[in-house]
Ligand binder design. Structure first.
Ligand SMILES: [Zn+2]
Length: 233
């Protein structure tokens, strides 16, 4: 078999292996990435805290309203009970009654607003819970797809590795070692095809003499510019 053709075959296998390895790394990263789920969980937790705060605020208003109503009841008993006859005292009680009524009215307004705020917070929490669940479900189905793709790629990789092994057995060890070194230092591309009388990798044009040399079946010819092994199909 033509040596440069064998190396070209080897390069084709290695290019496929590089692509698969790159995709496998992407899949691994995607399987481990859960930013979306984490973000939605964070938003849900915030919405829970917001609802709890709104609920607490509402309870405070209710407690204060109860206290003021109790005070007003006592005030009314004193004001209309007939035991207090001193006009000054009665006047003070009347003033207190009016102040309490104003305060209670104000609290009722605040209660209504707080109730609305609590409702809004409850709605936001429901939405955040749904968004979180959606993100979790999406992640689960994405991961299932990715795991499937990883399985396919892994078995493809196994086949490529076997083909590579078999091909290497047919090549002289020093040629393989030369190829492997080139592969390492030339960004994963040790063999370049000749396209339009030029090196496919670096673009340099070859002289007719060089073209002649490249066609020689048992010697390897390397690009004078980029150093890669050249192959003429
Ligand atoms: Zn070149």
């Amino acid at each position: 078999m033509n040596l440069s053709f064998s190396l070209y075959r080897l390069q084709t296998l290695d290019t496929q292996r590089q692509k698969i390895n790159k995709r496998l790394a992407q899949i691994e990263a995607a399987l481990n990435a859960d930013e979306e789920v984490r973000l939605k969980l964070q938003e849900k937790t915030q919405a829970e805290a917001e609802l709890a705060a709104r609920h607490h605020h509402l309870e405070q208003i209710e407690a204060e309203t109860r206290e003021k109503r109790l005070k007003l009841e006592l005030n009314q008993v004193q004001l209309f009970g007939g035991k207090i006859r001193n006009p000054k005292e009665l006047q003070d009680l009347q003033a207190e009654s009016e102040a309490l009524n104003r305060f209670i009215h104000k609290l009722e307004e605040m209660h209504f607003e707080a109730l609305m705020e609590q409702e809004t917070a409850q709605k936001a929490l429901t939405e955040a819970e749904n968004a979180h669940q959606t993100a979790v479900n999406q992640k689960i189905s994405e991961n299932a797809l990715l795991a499937g793709e990883r399985g396919t790629l892994t078995s493809e990789m196994g086949k490529l590795n076997s083909q590579r092994e078999a091909l290497i057995q047919t090549l002289p060890a020093e040629i393989v070692s030369q190829y492997d070194n080139l592969l390492r230092v030339k960004g994963g591309k040790a063999v370049a095809s000749i396209v339009d009388d030029g090196c496919e990798a670096c673009g340099v044009e070859l002289s007719p003499r060089d073209m002649q040399a490249v066609r020689s079946p048992n010697a390897l010819f390397r690009c004078k510019t980029c150093g890669r092994i050249l192959y003429k199909g």
